[in-house]
Ligand binder design. Structure first.
Ligand SMILES: N[C@@H](CCC(=O)N[C@@H](CS)C(=O)NCC(=O)O)C(=O)O
Length: 205
């Protein structure tokens, strides 16, 4: 397989998924600041001009598959390899809940904090950034309550839910730890100690 990625939360999520699932994969780190993601040859595999993108030469129906969206890559690799999957119907349902929470709420909230603080042409009021910071802390508070009862988000086994949320946590660790979320902090230590996670987090962008 080939993974085109970069050292951002979304890029790290896909790289960790590749490492955790143990697939043979060449990892290509794009330089986003220099616009590698907008080059015509890259737009051919990902017309959105963003990372990550996975190419699996042995995709479904024995045909090559090109796939973008980090959460889709994570789910695809878990389905393909049987790794990081929840097994009971209840744990599977909770996995879907956390994947939806991460993809549709937490990751965009974290991205808003980054864009407002780093990408706006004018200075944004501190209150706007604080609004999204408090929102992210509240979203992780629900994870903290779950993690008071189990070592991972959906029970005793690590799943795509944990891998999906981890780069969001790692990118805003001081904010989330500062909100006193002790169970999330312990979970973060647990996930962050995994060699496959450490390797995926170390991409240079
Ligand atoms: N929801 C998408 C977001 C992808 C995304 O926003 N990628 C960013 C890096 S984190 C990107 O490629 N930005 C470069 C650009 O927009 O030019 C995912 O999870 O893959």
């Amino acid at each position: 397989m080939q993974l085109y990625t970069a050292g951002t939360g979304n890029g790290q999520r896909a790289a960790i998924a590749v490492n955790e699932c143990g697939v043979t994969c060449s990892i290509h780190v794009l330089n986003l600041a220099q616009g590698d993601q907008k080059k015509p040859e890259y737009l051919k595999i990902n017309p959105t001009g963003r990372i990550p993108t996975l190419i699996d030469p042995e995709g479904p129906d024995e045909k090559p598959l090109t796939l973008y969206q980090s959460w889709a890559i994570l789910i695809y690799l878990a389905e393909k390899t049987g790794k990081l999957r929840a097994h009971s119907p209840l744990a599977r349902a909770r996995t879907f809940q956390w994947v939806a929470e991460g993809a549709s709420d937490m990751a965009p909230t974290a991205q808003n904090i980054f864009f407002l603080g780093n990408r706006m042409p004018e200075k944004v009021p501190d209150s706007a950034i604080k609004f999204y910071e408090e929102r992210l802390a509240t979203q992780f508070r629900a994870a903290d309550q779950q993690l008071a009862h189990s070592p991972y988000l959906t029970g005793n086994e690590i799943t795509i839910a944990d891998i999906g949320l981890y780069p969001i946590y790692a990118g805003r660790k001081p904010l989330i730890d500062g909100a006193g979320l002790k169970n999330v902090a312990a979970w973060g230590e647990r996930i962050g100690a995994r060699p496959a996670v450490q390797k995926g987090m170390k991409l240079e962008s």
